[in-house]
Design a protein around this ligand. Structure first.
Ligand code: SF4
Length: 387
């Protein structure tokens, strides 16, 4: 065990077990780590044989679940392996999920993955800013996440993350769509400037107070003008990366919602859709308490995670947008749900939308890549291609 920095709602998590309405024992290919695989290979009897046979090797052993439940997911909603073999009988990923950790060399960071419906529920009830503000002493030892040992750059990134979160928190406090839109459009502007500064080897920009930069940084050539989070052309690009008929099996609810989206916007003039979409998002943001805060805090949550990706590949233009990309699609799905159902969603229903969207958008490598590219194309077009 080691210590780790975590966000504020991390400690509140406890798996719902058999009472979970959207168990994670479904719809994933679960990788089996070396130690657990060795253990399975040594197990005598029918269970040992079954475990060895039920794993495919491609190239590493996995429980391949497809759309189905894990074959060890019992009727009571609990894991048969855990019941029969104890905690050592389940793969490491099942032991930890939804707790994710990154060992950055200087320290380890941990957070809850929102693809877990209970983690998403805790996220929605959070009233504090996101960030690694608490320390725990019982985090697992994890191997370093990458090869970068540039502690100074990591410190710069932390300053960037904190500065951005301050701007977003300020927008939450102001509570208007306009202040949110301003903060959101600053993220790609800053990322573009930071990318160029890093290419020149000049980290000075990263250390400037974000509030000053928000006033001073000029627009880049070809900067997106769409008014966030209401730009239909942006969200529509994301939707078509996200939507797939496979959703019918993964989540009939989200599939029906996507059908509703297609019925709402399909075959209509772009201008009409822009207006319709703006009306939908404005009504949602203005009439649903916390809608704006949830959207902006989701972007904060993403900044926390993806700053570590920037540490590895130095791509500001790719990773800083990720919260806007995923968060805008989730916002669209929530607003559409409300319109479709004719009422506000319960917190559990919202958590369901987040969890399924995360499973599809973040944990499906193809969808993840396509959505990321759609975001970069929207904001940077030609000028962002080299990054
Ligand atoms: S989705 Fe979360 S709460 Fe539900 S079973 Fe999995 S870890 Fe537990």
């Amino acid at each position: 065990m080691t210590s780790a920095r975590v966000n504020t709602f991390y400690r509140k998590f406890e798996c719902l077990g058999g009472a979970c309405p959207a168990s994670c024992c479904k719809g994933w290919n679960v990788p089996v780590d070396d130690e657990t695989w060795r253990y399975y290979k040594s197990l005598p009897g029918i269970l040992g044989t079954r475990l060895r046979l039920s794993q495919m090797t491609r190239p590493e052993p996995v429980f391949a679940l497809g759309y189905k439940d894990c074959e060890y997911h019992d009727r009571d909603g609990l894991c048969r392996l855990q019941k029969e073999l104890g905690i050592k009988g389940i793969p490491e990923v099942c032991r930890r999920y939804p707790r994710l950790f990154e060992n950055m060399g200087e320290y380890t960071a941990g957070w809850l993955d929102l693809s877990c419906i209970h983690a998403a529920t805790l996220f929605l009830s959070e009233t504090e800013r996101m960030g690694f503000t608490e320390e725990i002493g019982d985090a697992p030892e994890v191997r370093p996440s990458g090869n970068n040992e540039d502690g100074d750059f990591l410190a710069c990134l932390e300053q960037v993350r904190e500065g951005m979160i301050r701007l977003l928190e300020d927008a939450i406090e102001k509570g208007s769509m306009e202040s949110a839109g301003k903060a959101l459009l600053f993220i790609p502007r800053f990322s573009y400037a930071a990318q160029n500064a890093c290419i020149r080897g000049d980290y000075g920009l990263l250390l400037r107070p974000m509030e000053e930069l928000a006033q001073e940084l000029p627009a880049y050539e070809g900067e997106a003008e769409g008014y966030l989070p209401c730009a239909f052309s942006f969200v529509d690009g994301l939707f078509h990366c996200f939507y797939n008929s496979a959703l019918k099996k993964q989540s009939p609810h989200l599939y029906a919602l996507c059908q509703f989206y297609l019925a709402e916007y399909g075959g209509q003039a772009a201008e009409k859709n822009e207006k319709k979409h703006e009306g939908l998002i404005r009504a949602y943001m203005e009439e649903v308490p916390d809608a704006l805060a949830h959207y902006l805090r989701y972007i904060e949550y993403s900044l926390c995670q993806y700053c570590f990706s920037i540490y590895e590949d130095y791509s500001f233009t790719r990773w800083m947008l990720r919260g806007i990309v995923d968060g805008s699609l989730i916002l669209e799905l929530m607003a559409l749900s409300r319109k479709k159902e004719g009422r506000d969603l319960t917190s559990l229903e919202k958590a369901h939308v987040i969890a399924v969207a995360e499973r599809r958008a973040r944990h499906n490598p193809g969808t993840f890549k396509r959505m990321g590219k759609a975001g970069q194309d929207y904001f940077y077009g030609e000028c962002g291609k080299e990054y």
